[in-house]
Every structure is written in structure tokens, then in C-alpha cells.
Design a protein around this ligand. Structure first.
Ligand code: TYD
Ligand code: MG
Length: 454
């Protein structure tokens, strides 16, 4: 049966149609359908990508039970934080998309990983954005081993695949998917049809040869990857490198992973010597004194993209004159509100007391999850009771004294468990079905319930 030589692809979502229509019936965008000429390579093998997934030369039907279960052999990226996000390392034949804003450090991270990997594996770094000199200069400056890494400056996908076939790499990076192109397709590099066809061709190569393929992808202004729908089902693993312009910390987060969990987080710092792993980010902020005093409690806050454990301190002392309310690193208004809630629903009168609160380490906490921890710190200082060292607290306190859930409860609890906390007092709605080893989670619904634990 003759196959259509052209298709209509939506520029917004990547859905394809055989006929032109004014509105994309997948995403509802108007006038977004573009005619694309299918490349000969895609046509010749039909649904080539899917064929590639099977990996077998002869197809046969069998029961699921008969599928031989050999443990997926993984190899390390040479960085523990990277491996964690990947679910334990690279799986041969898998396709990993590393996304992020320009300047996030994608090229640096992958170059570091590949240079080190090249000592034990055949590794190929294809650069389409930077020249070979730029790549070499960076590797030299970072003091990376340069003797074994194969490099190629090329943007034509067909020649990339042809040359790669000769080298037969175990791992290959294509930096980036937005600059590579197929000569057959008339649209510009980075367009949906180019990204789609190039990714399909590269993926087929990876699946057939068992090469680990890493595609670098830039995110657009609205935070999505160019041609997201197109790449979504082709790739096995999608990882985002995120980080603010004002911060040197970068987080690596899995968004999709066929070989592991997606809620793993890797933390790096961009330094003079490139990307440095930060295996223990909470430890930076969580250096507690040997003897903890009343008025101190640890909370799990959410900082941009990761959980962070921060110590909250409060000092409540009888006032001489006008009572003072001072909040450092937290909102003054929230403190005033909490004191009112504490009085009205907790029956605790602090009207004649000076109140000082502080988030240790110069952290600024701008989210309501600090409420419950602040409440504990206040009562602990007022009553002069030391709270247990292994206790972590978070939750929002509502005006009627109810304890409200906060986002990413599971990640916060995991982070606490990772740092040796054994007890957590959290909003009832944040308790998870899934238990976290070694952590006792105590759910609370109302403020009086919470106060009874002190
Ligand atoms: P890069 O890896 O080129 O980002 P991407 O590939 O995601 O666009 O990183 C570029 C930024 O990193 C650049 O702003 C400079 C900074 N940088 C350092 O601070 N230290 C270093 O050692 C390197 C190599 C880069
Ligand atoms: Mg780059």
C-alpha cells in the first residue's frame, strides 16, 4: 500500500493528520497545522520508532511470563546525584532527554559526565551549538580527561547517525535536539516536524544498537520543551535541569522515567570547576547546636524545586512596655495572624510577651507551610519545653484553627527521613498511603490537637 508522502502536523502539540484542517482537534489551536514532507527514512520503515522499541529482529507472540527477565544492566553516569534521578544509572538503549533553560548547565554537566565515562565506555559527544574548540577549551579548563572522548560537530542527523554507526558508541549525547535537522524536511531546525523526525531517527539508532542516547533540549519561555508532545512518547526518561539566575544551585529532576521513580531530585552547584554535586543540601542549613533549647524546631520547606530542612527559632519573653513582634526570614503578617489564631483557638495568650522568630541560616520562607512549625516554636519557648531533636513539623494554619495541607508533602517527608528525622507532625491530608521507612508520621487536623503533642 502506498504511503502518504506528506502529513499535517500541529506546530503547537505535534499531533499529525492526513488532511489539513483549520483547528487542531487535539489541542484546539487554530491555524497551527503545517504541511510536512515525511523523510524517506521515516517512510521506509513505517512506524520505525515502534519497531525499534521491540529491539528484536523476528517478532513473535508469547506470554508475559515467558519473557526472559534478565536484570537491566545499568552503568553509572559517574555522578551519584545524576544516577539517582536516572533511577540508578543509564540503561543501554534508552533515550534520555535533558531539558533546561539556556545557561542552566546542561552542556557542562553532560561534558563532565561523558569525559569521565569515556575512560571505561565508548562515548560520543555531538555538538551542534558550540564549536569543537569551545568544547575542548571547556574540558581543559575543568581539568577533565580528554584522551578518550570522541567528539563531532555536526547538525545533519543523517550524517550524525552514519558516523556514529562507525564508532559504535555505548553512550552518545546530541547537544541539542533543536539545532539538528534532516535535509529532507523543509522546515527550520527546532520546528515540531524537524524535532519529531530527528528524534525518531536518533531513537531508532539507539534502540537498534543499544546505545544510550542523551538528547539536550532547551525549554521555551513558558517553561515547556519545544515540541513536547512529540518527544514525550519517544523518550524513556525526561530530566529537567532547573535553577534560578540568582542562585548557583541547580536541581536535576525527573519528569518521566520508564526505569525508575520520578520524584528523585539531584542537587548540583555551578562553580568555577563546573557542576559540583551537593549530596546533602539540607545539611548546609541544618547545623543544629549540640544542646537544643526550647523554642527550636525543624521544618521542611519547599525551595523553588526541592525540599529543604530549616530550623525555626522563637523567643517568647515577658515584655516591659509595648510588646514587640519581630520576624526574620518570615512574614511579619503571618506571625501576627498566628498569634491571633493561637489565642482564639489554642487558648494561649501572648499579648503581654515580646515575640521574636527567626529562620536559621538566612533562609527566607515565603510559603505558609512554616505556620505549624512557627506555632510549635512559639509554644515551646513560651512553656519552656524542649522539643525532640528528631521531630520535623510543617503545615499551614487556617484562621479557624484548622491545619491545612501543603504541596509536595511526600517529598518533604522523604527529605526529613533522609536526614535522620524519626517523627513528623503534619496536616492530616498530607499523610501518605505509602509509608516512609523509619519515619513516624503523626497527622493533625486542628490546632488544639497539634498543641496536645507539645
Ligand atoms: P552551559 O553548560 O553552557 O549551559 P547550557 O548548555 O544549559 O546552556 O553553562 C553555561 C553557564 O554556566 C554559563 O553561564 C557559565 C556557567 N559556568 C560556570 O559558572 N562555571 C563553569 O565551570 C562552566 C563551564 C560554566
Ligand atoms: Mg549548551
Amino acid at each position: 500500500m502506498a504511503k502518504a508522502k506528506t502529513a499535517f502536523v500541529c506546530d503547537d502539540c505535534g499531533a499529525d493528520f492526513t488532511k489539513w484542517q483549520g483547528q487542531c482537534s487535539e489541542c484546539g489551536a487554530w491555524n497551527s497545522l503545517k504541511e510536512v514532507r515525511l523523510s524517506s527514512s521515516t517512510r521506509s520503515s513505517g512506524e520505525g520508532v515502534l519497531k525499534g522499541y521491540a529491539g528484536a529482529t523476528e517478532a513473535k507472540i508469547q506470554t508475559l511470563q515467558d519473557v526472559s527477565l534478565t536484570e537491566v544492566p545499568r552503568f553509572t553516569s559517574t555522578m551519584g546525584e545524576f544516577d539517582r534521578v536516572l533511577g540508578g544509572g543509564f540503561v543501554p538503549g534508552s533515550v534520555v532527554l535533558v531539558g533546561g533553560h539556556p545557561g542552566a548547565g546542561k552542556s557542562t554537566l553532560l561534558l563532565q559526565s561523558l569525559c569521565k565515562l569515556s575512560q571505561s565506555h565508548r562515548a560520543l559527544y555531538v555538538t551542534g551549538e558550540e564549536s569543537l574548540q569551545q568544547v575542548a577549551m571547556r574540558a581543559k579548563r575543568l581539568g577533565l580527561p580528554m584522551d578518550r572522548l570522541q567528539v563531532l560537530a555536526e547538525t545533519n542527523v543523517e550524517s550524525i547517525v552514519n558516523l556514529a554507526q562507525q564508532v559504535a558508541p555505548g553512550i552518545m549525547v546530541v547537544d541539542s535536539i533543536q539545532v539538528v535537522h534532516l535535509a529532507d524536511i523543509s522546515s527550520a531546525p527546532g520546528s515540531v516536524s524537524q524535532v519529531r523526525e530527528c528524534a525518531a531517527l536518533l531513537t531508532r539508532f539507539a534502540k537498534q544498537t543499544g546505545t544510550v542516547l542523551i538528547l539536550v533540549g532547551h525549554v521555551t519561555k513558558d517553561g515547556t520543551l519545544a515540541g513536547p508532545k512529540v518527544l514525550e512518547h519517544i523518550i524513556d526518561c525526561s530530566i529537567m535541569l532547573e535553577g534560578g539566575h540568582d542562585s548557583r544551585f541547580r536541581t536535576l529532576r525527573g519528569h518521566k522515567n520508564r526505569f525508575g521513580a520520578v520524584n528523585e531530585l539531584g542537587v548540583f552547584a555551578m562553580t568555577e570547576q563546573g557542576m559540583k554535586e551537593v549530596p546533602n543540601p539540607s545539611a548546609i542549613f541544618l547545623q543544629r547546636a549540640e544542646e537544643i533549647a526550647p523554642g527550636s524546631v525543624v521544618m521542611a520547606t519547599w525551595e523553588a524545586t526541592r525540599p529543604l530542612l530549616v530550623e525555626i527559632q522563637a523567643l517568647v519573653d515577658s515584655s516591659h512596655g509595648n510588646p514587640r513582634r519581630v520576624a526574620v526570614g518570615m512574614e511579619q503578617n503571618r506571625l501576627a495572624m498566628l498569634l491571633a489564631v493561637l489565642h482564639r483557638h489554642g487558648g494561649l495568650m501572648l499579648g503581654d510577651q515580646d515575640v521574636f522568630v527567626n529562620a536559621v541560616g538566612g533562609v527566607k520562607i515565603m510559603e505558609p507551610s512554616a505556620d505549624l512549625a512557627l506555632l510549635f516554636a512559639l509554644v515551646s519557648s513560651f512553656r519552656d519545653i524542649t522539643l525532640p531533636r528528631d521531630l520535623v513539623v510543617f503545615g499551614e494554619v487556617g484562621l479557624s484553627g484548622e491545619i491545612r495541607p501543603v504541596p509536595s508533602g511526600q517529598e518533604r517527608l522523604r527529605e526529613a527521613a533522609k536526614h535522620g528525622f524519626r517523627r513528623a507532625i503534619v496536616p492530616a491530608a498530607n499523610t501518605t498511603k505509602e509509608k516512609i521507612a523509619g519515619l513516624e508520621v503523626i497527622p493533625v487536623k486542628k490546632i488544639d490537637e497539634a498543641l496536645s503533642y507539645i
